[in-house]
Design a protein around this ligand. Structure first.
Ligand code: NAP
Ligand code: NAG
Ligand code: NAG
Length: 336
């Protein structure tokens, strides 16, 4: 019988064909990872994004949903600063009016506002919005409106109204607004449609199951649409993001991992058409540098659907729920 030592007895690594095959596979695998790492770094830090003027010159219009606060408000301000006119859509009329005045004063561009509750899903709202925008040369649509669970919650304890609102706002709202805007873009043969995704949808997220599903829906819908509209010179991109400071995330202090909306939107607008951390995902971008590296690492080493990530996220959100419940309890005691 051949002894094990005899097989490996030589110092020449090219001696056995099996060793040769595995050496080559190993080198190819490691080289590929190194290549995608540098491609991601170049995409996040070095290569310029597409210029906005490719989608419509200054003075054309931008439509932003969920425009009155957080990330949507920043998209509105930064696009107005580039002298686009802005249509602001969200729930609270007073906040929209205040932002419209601020934009007109600071940037001398035109604004229009429309207040509607996307959760109500009223035909009359979409008709009125269509009337407001039908004569405008719209270059950019920012599908930003979104709602999450008020706190992480087991699916069986999720109220029907929260469940319905999340799906109606995040999915139906985005579909219906996009259907109003695309015919004009197709006619003009140019446009940019950015939709806010979330790491909550990139990795399945226990205790935010409905929100997670709604953002995963947007990922597939948006990427599918990007292929349909590419022949018309319309760029459709899902914008992936980990946490950003805002009313929704309930995080006030920014950090390396958690930018404020201003930093986030600046990264998104300067990296148009670049994948950033979303390497290998068509029509998708993870533009903020630390989110991008996190995305690349999850995707490269474990996979977004992996059981390990799923369990990390489960305990993370169980923890957030516990803290949120304790805080609610303290506040209830204080007020009684
Ligand atoms: N913040 C994060 O950590 C984070 C991370 C990943 C992805 N995102 C996504 O980014 C988007 C914006 O989030 P954000 O953090 O900027 O949220 P935010 O600060 O809470 O702002 C939400 C905006 O949407 C509007 N809105 C909410 N519900 C609405 C409804 N039913 N009808 C009409 N307008 C409504 C709000 O209007 P009112 O002010 O009138 O209520 C507000 O203008 C969302 O799609 C979210 O899923 C956020
Ligand atoms: C809901 O499911 C969770 C497990 O996810 C369980 O701990 C809880 O007791 C259930 N609640 C109800 C009301 O059935
Ligand atoms: C899920 O866990 C991974 C790994 O820790 C993390 O990078 C990702 O951001 C988490 N997802 C959410 C929605 O927090």
């Amino acid at each position: 019988m051949e002894k094990v030592e005899d097989v490996f007895a030589t110092n020449d690594p090219w001696a056995s064909p099996t060793q040769q095959v595995f050496t080559v596979i190993g080198i190819v695998f490691v080289s590929y990872k190194i290549f995608t790492f540098w491609r991601m770094i170049a995409s996040l830090f070095i290569l310029p994004g597409k210029s906005l003027s490719k989608f419509g010159r200054e003075g054309t219009w931008v439509v932003v949903t969920g425009a009155s606060d957080g990330i949507g408000k920043e998209y509105s301000l930064q696009l107005a600063a580039k002298t686009y006119n802005i249509v602001l859509v969200s729930r609270t009329k007073s906040k929209l009016d205040a932002l419209a005045s601020e934009i007109q004063e600071k940037y001398k561009v035109q604004t229009k506002v429309y207040a509607m509750d996307f959760a109500a899903n009223k035909d009359s709202d979409y008709k009125a919005l269509n009337k407001l925008i039908s004569d405008l040369d719209i270059s950019v649509l920012i599908n930003n409106v979104g709602q999450s669970h008020s706190i992480p919650v087991p699916f069986n304890e999720t109220t029907e109204s929260e469940m319905k609102d999340i799906i109606t706002i995040n999915c139906m709202g985005t579909l219906r607004v996009t259907q109003l805007i695309t015919p004009g873009m197709i006619q003009r043969k140019r446009g940019l449609i950015l939709t806010m995704g979330s790491f909550g949808g990139l990795t399945p997220t226990p205790l935010l199951a409905t929100y997670s599903g709604s953002k995963a829906f947007l990922q597939h819908w948006s990427t599918a649409l990007s292929a349909e509209l590419a022949p018309y010179n319309i760029h459709v991109q899902l914008v992936q993001s980990y946490l950003v400071t805002s009313a929704m995330s309930k995080i006030r202090r920014s950090s390396a991992l958690i930018p404020n909306p201003k930093q986030f939107v600046k990264a998104a607008l300067s990296r148009l058409g670049r994948s950033g951390g979303a390497q290998g995902m068509a029509g998708t971008s993870t533009p903020y540098w630390s989110h991008g590296i996190m995305h690349w690492a999850i995707q490269s080493f474990v996979g977004t659907m992996s059981g390990i990530v799923l369990n990390i996220n489960k305990s993370m959100h169980e923890d957030i729920r516990k803290r949120a419940l304790r805080k609610a309890e303290r506040e209830a005691k204080k007020s009684s």
